[in-house]
Design a protein around this ligand. Structure first.
Ligand SMILES: Cc1cc2nc3c(=O)[nH]c(=O)nc-3n(C[C@H](O)[C@H](O)[C@H](O)COP(=O)(O)OP(=O)(O)OC[C@H]3O[C@@H](n4cnc5c(N)ncnc54)[C@H](O)[C@@H]3O)c2cc1C
Length: 401
């Protein structure tokens, strides 16, 4: 039997970071990865460009996580700036895009992975090693014995990257409900005719939750940052658990405020004035002031309005319908586009993990890091920062003990 001080399970960003940091203090660290390579999901991030973090000040950044209190310690232990310096020390450079999103200047997630692998010099890596059993005295698959174990097996989505619901069985810890996060929505209506069109800076809402952002129409439904971020709140609000429910029936409505700049009342005033002043203009042309050009036909059809009508001829009922649909354009949602769920909501219950060390409060010397924990954030670099910060803290604490 091989013996190690620390065994890290899972070679994603959280596990790799934990192994790197642990190896700085500890003489023997092994990283166990079930795939034949490391960081498969990491390579897919940001469309292959890797939105590695978000550069908002940590205090502000924390407000974007539902589990803000738990994350405080790890995010301050290994901040977004420290994360970037960690890569800059190996020659990587970064660019900042809108909303403080950070990408490597080379725009290649493979460059992030290369640096991580470079840092792994002092770590033994065992590929094609799928952990199935961990005994009470920390013997893994009857092959490896460790003094401390860090579990960083990721979430349940994108099974081609090594993540699946079965992985949770090795955690031996209470779990919260496992749900899809950052997931596109499938609409009842066929949207092929508007697939590819983006609505910029609209406000999408589900019940009382509202998110401002872009919405992109796909052939099967709605996606884009506005929808993806709203999906976390939608998913959390529904009662289901992927550990029990293999298929999921959903039916709800999502509304889009297509013109958030003006209230209903302001629109009404503007229409009253414009319909007199610009009476000869056709509705379809007038709507260019408010809507993306190639969305207008679809909007008019759905609103049961004739685009050829001159503004002066629009009756009160039609005007009200126009206002209502601009402010609340609804879609019936019949499902999540499950294969494209970018994060898992839920995981190892945070009540049983010490946020200052990432150590289990139930099983001493067992640590957790990354998406396997009940942690998630919106799109924009927030989720990789969770993986790196919790991985750092778990690796540091395990090697200090
Ligand atoms: C398409 C896509 C794009 C994304 N883009 C971004 C982005 O731009 N920015 C951002 O912040 N976040 C992004 N995310 C989310 C981000 O990738 C994850 O939050 C992050 O990878 C989680 O890291 P992790 O190390 O916890 O888990 P993972 O990266 O999932 O790694 C877990 C590893 O554990 C291994 N493993 C699992 N079970 C076992 C076992 N039993 N034995 C051995 N090994 C095991 C898996 O094979 C895997 O390699 C994206 C996600 C997806 C799917």
């Amino acid at each position: 039997m091989e013996e190690y001080d620390i065994a890290v399970i899972g070679g994603g960003p959280a596990g790799i970071m934990a192994a790197i940091i642990a190896s700085r203090n500890s003489s023997s660290v092994i990283l166990l990865e079930k795939n034949q390579d490391l960081g498969r999901k990491l390579l897919m991030t940001g469309g292959g460009r890797c939105n590695i973090t978000n550069l908002k000040p940590i205090k502000k950044l924390l407000n974007f996580y539902p589990q803000k209190n738990f994350l405080k310690h790890s995010l301050f232990s290994f901040t977004n700036e420290m994360l970037l310096s960690f890569f800059e020390d190996k020659g990587l450079d970064f660019i900042e895009e809108d909303d403080n999103r950070i990408f490597p200047r080379t725009e290649k997630s493979s460059d992030i992975l290369k640096v991580l692998i470079d840092y792994l010099d002092d770590v033994v890596i065992s590929y094609n090693f799928e952990v199935k059993t961990i005994t009470e005295d920390f013997i893994i698959n009857d092959k490896i014995k460790a003094n401390k174990i860090i579990i960083a097996t990721g979430g349940a989505t994108y099974p081609q990257t090594g993540c699946n619901i079965e992985n949770y069985s090795i955690t031996s810890h209470p779990l919260t409900d496992i749900k899809y996060g950052l997931v596109p929505l499938i609409t009842k209506k066929d949207l092929s005719s508007i697939a590819g069109i983006t609505l910029y800076d609209v406000v999408v809402s589900y019940k009382k939750s509202k998110v401002k952002g872009n919405v992109l129409f796909s052939h099967v439904g709605l996606t884009g940052p506005g929808i993806i971020n709203l999906s976390n709140e939608i998913s959390q609000g529904l009662t289901y658990n992927l550990l029990d429910d293999k298929s999921l029936d959903v039916n709800f409505e999502v509304a889009i405020d297509l013109y958030p700049n003006l209230t209903r009342e302001q629109l009404n005033e503007k229409f009253n004035a414009d319909f007199q002043l610009k009476g000869k203009i056709m509705l379809k042309n007038y709507l260019k002031l408010f809507l993306t050009n190639n969305f207008i036909d679809f909007f008019l059809k759905e609103s049961n309005l004739d685009g050829e009508t001159q503004l002066s001829r629009i009756d009160k009922k039609s005007k009200n319908r126009l206002i209502e649909n601009l402010k609340r354009f609804t879609f019936e949602i019949t499902g999540f586009n499950e294969n494209l769920s970018k994060v898992t909501i839920g995981g190892v219950d945070l009540d049983n993990v010490n946020p200052k060390t990432m150590e289990s409060t139930i099983i001493p010397n067992l640590y957790f890091a990354g998406e396997v924990l009940d942690l998630h954030g919106p799109t924009g670099g927030y989720n990789l920062q969770i993986a790196f910060s919790t991985g750092y803290l778990a690796g540091f604490s395990a090697s200090e003990k």
